[in-house]
Design a protein around this ligand. Structure first.
Ligand code: GLV
Ligand code: GLV
Length: 355
C-alpha cells in the first residue's frame, strides 16, 4: 500500500479493511490492551509517516495530535462516532486535516437503546430482575414493582435531530404517547408524522396523539413524563440538566440520556435521585466516563449501561465502514461522507428558531 492508515482500535467487520487495502492503503490496527489511549500513545502510532487515522470518541484529538498528523504527511481523520466533542475541529482545520464522523448508520440503533432505557425505567425491569435473581420472589402481589403506563403520557425530546426524532417516533407509534419537543430548528417531518398518526388513531375511535414544539426547554421539563436528551455536547449544552432543571421536572418523571454525559450535572442528579425515589433515570453515558459519580450505583431508581447506544452489529460495522470511507475519500480526493467543518445541523427540514 502507498498510504499508511491507522485505526486506533480494532473495529467490527472486515469490509472497512478491504475498502482501504483495495485502494492502495496499508492498514495498521493498534492492538494496545488498555481501553483508552493517551495522546502519547497515539503520537507513537502516528510516527513520522501517516496519511490518515480512524480514531475513537475516548481520545483527545486536539492541537498536539493534528500537528503531529500534519507533520507525518497526513490529511484525514475520522471519528468512529457521530458525536465529535472529543475533536478540536478548529485545530484540525488549522493543520489542513479533514475531519469526518459517522452519522446516519447509528440513528435507529441509538434511538432503540434510548427507547429500551425508557421502558426499562418505566417498568423497573432491572430492579425486578435483581429481585428475581436474589431469590426474593415468593408470590404475586398487587403492589409488586408497580411502574408507569406510558400510553397517553407525554414524551419530551430535547434535541429533535436524527436520533431524537427517531426515538420520538418509536415512543409515539409504539406507546401512543403525546410529544413535546425542544429544538432550535423545527422538526417538520416529525410533526407531520404525529399529526398523521393522531388522525389514524382518531379514525379508529382512539384518543389521538398530539405534538407541541416548546418555546423553552423548561416547558419540556415541566410537562413531560418521559424525557430523553439528544443534543450535541458543546458549551451551550454542558450541564443542561442541573439542580434547577431537575427541580422543575415531575416527581415521577423518567429521564434518559444516550447523548453525552456532561449534558447532565451527574452529582446533582445523584442528589435528586436520593430524595425522589419515584424519579427514575436511564443512563448510557456519564460525566467522567468510565466512572460514575459517587452514589449513583447505589440508586435503585437508576439504570446504568456502559455507552452502548450504537452497539448493534449492523451499526458498528456501518460506523467502521463510514469511518474508513471518510479517510479514504480524503486521501484519494473523493467526496467524503460528512465533514464537521461544513456539515449542516441535521434536520429533515429546517425552520426559524422560535422567538
Ligand atoms: C457514540 O457515542 C457516537 O457518538 O457515535
Ligand atoms: C396478573 O398476572 C394477572 O393475571 O392479572
Amino acid at each position: 500500500g502507498k498510504y499508511r492508515v491507522i485505526s486506533t482500535k480494532p473495529m467490527p467487520g472486515s469490509r472497512w479493511i478491504r475498502l482501504l487495502t483495495d485502494q492502495d492503503c496499508r492498514v495498521e490496527i493498534c492492538t494496545e490492551k488498555k481501553t483508552i489511549l493517551s495522546v502519547e500513545d497515539i503520537l507513537a502510532l502516528i510516527g513520522d509517516r501517516c496519511d490518515g487515522v480512524i480514531g475513537q470518541l475516548t481520545e483527545d484529538w486536539g492541537e498536539v495530535l493534528f500537528c503531529a498528523l500534519k507533520r507525518a504527511g497526513g490529511s484525514a481523520f475520522s471519528n468512529m462516532a457521530v458525536g465529535y466533542n472529543n475533536v478540536d475541529v478548529g485545530a484540525a482545520t488549522k493543520y489542513g486535516i479533514a475531519v469526518g464522523n459517522t452519522p446516519g448508520v447509528l440513528t435507529e440503533t441509538t434511538a432503540e437503546l434510548a427507547a429500551s432505557l425508557s421502558l426499562a425505567a418505566a417498568r423497573r425491569i432491572v430492579e425486578a430482575d435483581q429481585f428475581m435473581r436474589a431469590g426474593l420472589y415468593d408470590g404475586w402481589l398487587p403492589h409488586l414493582f408497580v411502574g408507569n403506563l406510558l400510553k397517553g403520557q407525554t414524551v419530551g425530546v430535547i434535541g429533535a435531530g436524527r436520533i431524537g426524532s427517531a426515538y420520538a417516533r418509536m415512543m409515539i407509534e409504539g406507546f401512543k404517547m403525546n410529544l413535546i419537543y425542544y429544538d432550535l430548528y423545527q422538526a417538520t417531518r416529525l410533526e407531520k408524522f404525529v399529526t398523521a398518526y393522531g388522525q389514524f388513531l382518531k379514525a379508529n375511535g382512539e384518543q389521538p396523539v398530539t405534538w407541541k414544539r416548546a418555546a423553552t426547554m423548561e416547558d419540556v421539563l415541566r410537562e413531560a413524563d418521559v424525557i430523553s436528551l439528544h443534543p450535541v455536547l458543546d458549551k451551550t449544552t454542558y450541564h443542561l440538566i442541573n439542580k434547577d432543571s431537575l427541580a422543575i421536572m415531575k416527581k415521577e418523571a423518567i429521564l434518559v440520556n444516550a447523548s453525552r454525559g456532561p449534558v447532565i450535572d451527574e452529582a446533582a442528579l445523584v442528589e435528586h435521585l436520593k430524595v425522589n425515589p419515584m424519579f427514575r433515570v436511564g443512563l448510557d453515558v456519564f460525566e467522567d466516563e468510565p466512572y460514575m459519580k459517587p452514589g449513583l450505583a447505589d440508586q435503585k431508581n437508576a439504570i446504568v449501561v456502559p455507552h452502548i447506544a450504537s452497539a448493534s452489529k449492523w451499526t458498528r460495522e456501518g460506523m467502521a465502514t463510514l469511518a474508513a470511507l471518510n479517510v479514504l475519500g480524503k486521501i484519494k480526493g473523493y467526496p467524503i461522507w460528512a465533514n464537521p467543518n461544513n456539515v449542516e445541523p441535521f434536520l429533515d427540514e429546517t425552520g426559524p428558531a422560535p422567538a
